[in-house]
Design a protein around this ligand. Sequence first.
Ligand code: PEP
Length: 260
Amino acid sequence: MGVRRPFVAGNWKMNPDYAGAKALTEALGPALAPYLGSVDVGACPTHLHMPSCGPDLRKAGLLVGAQDAYPGTTGAFTGEVSVAMVKECGASFVLTGHSERRHVLMETDALVREKTHAALDAGLGCVLCIGEKIEQREAGKTDEVNRHQLESALAGLDEAVAKERLTVAYEPVWAIGTGKVASPQDAQDAHQKIRAVLAGLFSQETADSIRIQYGGSMKPENAAELLAQPDIDGGLIGGAALKADAFASIVEAAAGVVSP
Ligand code: PEP
């Protein structure tokens, strides 16, 4: 894992209802407590549940993330929630570029760039998600897609800001929510190339300090092997983040703590 402190974040998506989100929040505190000294752990409830769950998540030592945020503070954008609003609700980071937003909600590269910059400019952390679709992988275009998505979203970003607040999540689209997972070696190869792109955009020193999470069906059974790769610095977790014990096992793997 090198010098980078691992960062594991749970993306709850449009999942638990109010009671379920409260119950998950309550369960996460004790389950994660043993590992928070060595791992940064985040949880991303829906915007609606940020005010009800956020204070308890923070009290338990977790970072609260927003699953999305619209650039700006206020304005005529029906249905949207601004970067300023999620910050006001206690978010310390925002997910941008998630494949469900790119490919289901049809967000363009330009909007991903705007959101990424807006979150970072507001002083928030940003987990920028990138990754290839299955047909792009089969056409040998994984690295090209990752490079394009990085260069597009990060164009013009100040190096000091990237160093301080940017995380990248490599999430092969075919592995998200499917139970299929990239092999540790394939994931490591992709992460290494992503870091090389970051070095080109910023500097080697900054690239070496930016955490690159793996996302896509990471589970207790496969987490340790993935997280042992030198350029995999944590995980962005969907399905397995909805059960406190499964999520805690992944965090435990990130901490390198051996179960008693
Ligand atoms: C995700 O949504 O970012 C994700 C990785 O989901 P899952 O873990 O369910 O594949």
